[in-house]
Design a protein around this ligand. Structure first.
Ligand code: AKG
Ligand code: FE2
Length: 334
């Protein structure tokens, strides 16, 4: 598997994608493990499997990690007086706006944007399929060298050191937003189990105006015309990379749809590129014909969305407060 970082051709810089960042087998394994870490129905089976693998304290159960609650600012205060909520379940799913999500890697303090680290599940950090190590290997996070990235490091030292896990049931999405200043302007998002369409929009000027309520309706209407749009097709198992202005200024979101409509699919900036990559991976004409048929089908009928899990891996901007590792403070057990 080449895991080549491809650029999505748009009038804008900085959208890149790796198709087949993980194999279908790795995808299945990850989804099962993620459910276990989150305390989902696969917990018992996965715990048993973990015991058999001898992963021990580094994965969830008794590792004593905190609520790795990331942006959840009321659970952490700055200046080292951490009031991290230790009663929360280790790495467990939390429901927010009807969707489940969780954080790995630790708690981001809201003022200094520093990270009180907590361990990652083993499959992210060091053990197969070592998602963070694999992301570091692409070299994309080396672009942050000027901002202090450690090129000699491995895995989370060299690449992303924080991960936000989101689960979307069919018909769930996420409102347009930016990811805020706590992270370096580079995200690597792995999509598991389902495709989706990520919609990127340039910010209308009234969004950044000091008092949006005073902005006139006509101003808003004329701004709306200027908004630039780029949709990106995110197939299952792909890793999409957003950086620079696109990360810092543009809004990104996912429409809450059960089916990706033909027109929306065809409108994605990387639609051709995606199918080219599928064809390039085929061995023999028969396999290619199957892929062409699949394309014809979804272009006619649309593509049903399944439950999707995304892992958004980022690098926290502030210091990593090594002495304050939450895991060592004694976290709550699940
Ligand atoms: O699920 C995704 O692909 C995007 C998630 C996201 O943008 C976020 O949680 O900030
Ligand atoms: Fe986001």
């Amino acid at each position: 598997m080449s895991r080549e970082v491809l650029t999505v051709e748009t009038p804008h810089p900085a959208i890149r994608i790796v198709y087949d960042f993980v194999t279908p087998q790795e995808e299945l394994y990850l989804v099962q493990k993620i459910d276990a870490v989150g305390g989902g129905p696969a917990l018992a089976a996965a715990d048993q499997a973990a015991g058999e693998e001898g992963e021990g304290a580094s994965r969830g159960g008794d590792g004593g990690t905190s609520s790795a609650s990331g942006n959840d600012e009321d659970q952490a205060v700055d200046a080292g007086h951490s009031t991290v909520d230790r009663s929360a379940k280790s790495w467990g799913w939390k429901e927010l706006n009807g969707r489940r999500s969780m954080y790995w890697g630790g708690t981001v303090l809201p003022n200094s944007h520093s990270l009180v680290p907590a361990p990652f599940p083993a499959f992210m950090d060091g053990q197969w399929p070592d998602v963070l190590g694999r992301i570091a290997e692409t070299g994309v996070f080396d672009e942050l060298k000027a901002e202090g990235a450690d090129l000699k490091g491995k895995g989370k030292e060299r690449g992303a050191n924080h991960c936000l896990v989101n689960e979307y049931l069919p018909s769930q999405g996420i409102l347009p937003h930016t990811d805020g200043p706590a992270y370096h302007p580079l995200t690597a998002t792995l999509s598991l189990s389902s495709h989706t369409i990520l919609s990127l929009r340039s910010p209308p000027s009234w969004l950044s105006s000091p008092s949006p309520s005073t902005t006139s309706a006509s101003q808003k209407a004329s701004d709306a015309k200027e908004v630039e749009k780029v949709d990106v097709f995110l197939p299952a198992r792909s890793l999409v990379l957003l950086s620079g202005k696109l990360y810092e200024e543009w809004l990104h979101g996912i429409q809450p749809l059960e089916v990706s409509e033909p027109e929306s699919l065809r409108g994605c900036a990387n639609w051709e590129q995606y199918w080219d990559s599928r064809l390039a991976a085929c061995e023999g004409e028969e396999a290619k014909e199957e892929v062409r048929k699949e394309r014809g089908n979804v272009e006619e009928k649309g593509w049903k969305r399944e439950k999707r899990i995304s892992l958004t891996c980022r690098k926290v901007k502030g210091k990593v407060r090594k002495g304050l590792a939450v895991g060592l403070l004694g976290g709550g057990k699940r």
